[in-house]
Design a protein around this ligand. Sequence first.
Ligand SMILES: C[C@@H](N)C(=O)N[C@H](C)C(=O)O
Length: 161
Amino acid sequence: MTERMVPLSRLSERIKIEPYYYKMGLNGTHNECYVRSEVATQLLKVVTFLPEGIGVHLWDGWRSFETQLAIYEATKKELMLKGFQGVSLERELAKYVAKPTKDVDHPSPHLSGGAVDLTLFDGNGLLPMGSEFDEFHERSQLDYFEEKKTIDLARKYLPSQ
Ligand SMILES: C[C@@H](N)C(=O)N[C@H](C)C(=O)O
């Protein structure tokens, strides 16, 4: 069964969108975030679990193949400038960006409308997560701050998987 795609900009006051790659001017982007309808339902559920006053800020949802490819190539370039090459480049790249593919049985997650890039906000703006969006560094790994309990990050509000 094909699921319909849902725009997120008017779903809830606790869900805001700021289409990151559209603002960057990447090919194949839109000034909207779309996700599969089931993902939209789950996002609506997520906000009910967040403390009052905190909402979800969406950077991206469904992606076109050309956008995924542009992100993949730009990230590859960035990592090469940091000195990665060969197998270590492929391994590092795989940590942060999915390979663009048109294989309908194994689509890149964003191409299926089943993945989102998000952070959290409150009345004062975006909450601290310990790294920037698309910061291709180990700081962005889910468990990076696990040992550093002195840092109070909004990651604590998000499930670890
Ligand atoms: C590039 C980053 N924002 C992202 O979306 N990464 C995941 C792994 C993806 O490309 O699917």
